[in-house]
Design a protein. Structure first.
Length: 81
């Protein structure tokens, strides 16, 4: 008898959760390093979003606000490097 869609989906979800556990380098980083990398990643994602918004912004006030946010994020990223 064929397995249902739900059981296959659950199996794939379990498999994706198990993948990070099999990474041999996962335990080599301290909590501080993980937080630092996550913070940097979050800032870079925010910077990408702001840069994309800036490309489509037409109102001068909005552009100025986005440019200030971009400069602030660049400063924060530079601090983390």
């Amino acid at each position: 008898m064929a397995r249902g869609w739900e059981s296959k989906d659950v199996e794939s979800q379990v498999a994706t959760v198990d993948i990070p556990k099999s990474n041999p380098n996962a335990g080599n980083k301290s909590d501080a390093q993980v937080r630092h990398e996550q913070q940097k990643k979050d800032l870079e994602l925010s910077r990408t979003r702001i840069a994309n918004d800036l490309q489509s912004a037409t109102h001068p006030g909005h552009r100025k606000s986005l440019e200030a946010a971009l400069a602030h994020l660049d400063g924060k990223i530079a601090e983390l490097n």
